[in-house]
Design a protein around this ligand. Structure first.
Ligand SMILES: Cc1cc2nc3c(=O)[nH]c(=O)nc-3n(C[C@H](O)[C@H](O)[C@H](O)COP(=O)(O)OP(=O)(O)OC[C@H]3O[C@@H](n4cnc5c(N)ncnc54)[C@H](O)[C@@H]3O)c2cc1C
Length: 404
């Protein structure tokens, strides 16, 4: 449940509260999380009480309703701590709630969003399948009409929070004659419904304390009201709504993670002496940190600018993809350089930087892998220039944008 004080805070005070939560609880709890292999329950309670499940959900549905610019600023702050914390509520704030908000029925919004905002109803976003990863339109899970409801069959994998979610948002082919992104619908499926089985993998390389899960759906019967929205076939539009939102949050997560890795590494090189001086006094070390800092700042500016454009009214999906692509690559580069600067301490022992470096590696794979974003952005550039003579999402004097 959200602490009632949180609901009345102006944004600056809320941001300061989240920064304090990060420094006073999230970062100090990382060791316990690693030791126990899970986010401690008291930390989950604090995340809910501080409204972190609610940042994107409008006030009228019990959330905090912050603008995208504010959501990204907040994300950059709390992801100075392990990004595993974020993954525990990311599927609620970005992927699932935004699709339900734009594509659900009013009844679904009223029933689900307030409980999601309070952290009482955790949702997972089940799109990826064994044979449908980068090519998500190849999904094979089916939803067949039956007695006013639907019966779902299929298999999902790599689904964040699936093992402990209350509700799964399952994307399934509801039109058997369709292919690709057509004829797909989203369904609300209780995780404990008969026919649903979830399994966590034995090993995670990164995100170990917040593992993904596989989902088997064997003849799962749901009612007619399990369909998100009131007409089938709108599943991919809903998925993209959530994905575009989440991609910007991922870009902001990379900024938080790179900030922490750089600060921790600067502390290390300031305190570690070799050749009679602190490592941080060596020109080559300073140059490496300077490269990291400038790339971090470029990513921050790009992400905040994409968020500002988002708040301007139009979803700037190419700019969002560029931010997600650049920031996830940047965080990996920064992490790799930081591990180098830590020397053996980057490989041996419990230093947070190598753990974070492993965690950020996954951010180049989910929410669209880097090669897919490169390909899509290249395509958008050539097609848009051929059609209109300008780059996609570019502000031009002839095309005013409310965000300017
Ligand atoms: C930690 C984690 C959390 C996740 N959470 C979720 C979730 O909550 N919900 C969900 O539905 N899914 C989730 N996923 C799945 C994620 O979206 C997929 O892993 C991703 O789409 C890639 O699919 P794949 O793993 O099957 O890789 P593949 O599709 O097999 O691709 C492997 C690699 O091949 C390359 N490649 C593929 N196609 C092309 C192309 N056309 N051009 C150039 N290169 C290409 C890329 O380098 C890609 O990384 C998660 C994954 C991870 C790792």
């Amino acid at each position: 449940m959200i602490d009632p004080d949180v609901l009345s805070l102006p944004f600056d005070e809320y941001l300061a509260r989240v920064a304090a939560l990060t420094d006073d609880l999230l970062i100090p709890s990382e060791e316990e999380m690693v030791r126990t292999g899970e986010v401690p329950p008291r930390v989950m309670d604090a995340l809910a009480a501080n409204g972190l499940f609610a940042v994107s959900i409008p006030r009228e549905y019990g959330g905090l309703g912050w603008s995208m610019s504010r959501q990204t600023a907040l994300t950059m702050e709390f992801t100075r701590a392990s990004c595993v914390y974020r993954s525990r509520f990311s599927t609620v704030i970005g992927l699932c709630s935004q699709g339900i908000l734009d594509h659900g029925t009013e009844r679904q919004r009223r029933e689900l969003l307030p409980r999601m905002a309070a952290g009482e109803l955790v949702t997972a976003f089940a799109l990826t399948e064994p044979e449908a990863g980068s090519d998500a339109g190849a999904l094979e899970t089916t939803a067949a009409p039956a007695g006013g409801g639907w019966v779902l069959n299929g298999r999902k994998r790599y689904i964040t929070n699936a093992h402990w979610a209350d509700l799964l948002v399952v994307f399934a082919r509801s039109d058997p004659g369709s292919s690709g992104t057509d004829g797909v619908s989203a369904f609300l499926v209780e995780r404990t419904a008969p026919g649903v089985t979830t399994r966590v993998p034995e090993l995670m390389n990164g995100h170990a304390e917040g593992p993904v899960a596989e989902i088997d759906l064997a003849g799962v019967a749901v009612g007619g009201d399990a369909l998100v929205g009131d007409e089938p076939g709108r599943g991919f539009a809903m998925a993209l709504r959530g994905i575009n939102h989440a991609r910007l949050h991922v870009a902001a997560t990379c900024i938080g993670q790179a900030t922490r890795m750089l600060e921790e590494t600067a502390r290390h090189v300031n305190g570690r002496h070799q050749f009679g001086a602190a490592l941080g006094e060596l020109g080559a070390v300073q140059a490496e940190l300077g490269r990291c800092f400038s790339e971090l700042e470029a990513g921050r500016a790009l992400t905040l600018e994409a968020a500002r454009a988002f708040d301007g009214g139009e979803v700037p999906r190419h700019r969002i993809a560029a931010a997600k692509l650049y920031c996830s690559e940047m965080a990996s580069r920064v992490g790799d350089r930081c591990v180098q600067l830590l020397g053996g301490a980057g490989i041996v022992g419990p230093h947070p930087v190598p753990r974070m470096w492993r965690d950020v590696r996954a951010l180049r794979i989910y929410e669209g892998s880097s090669p897919i974003h490169e390909r899509n952005l290249g395509r958008a550039v050539t097609r848009r220039v051929a059609r209109d003579g300008v780059l996609p999402d570019t502000y031009r004097a002839t095309r005013p944008n409310a965000a300017l």
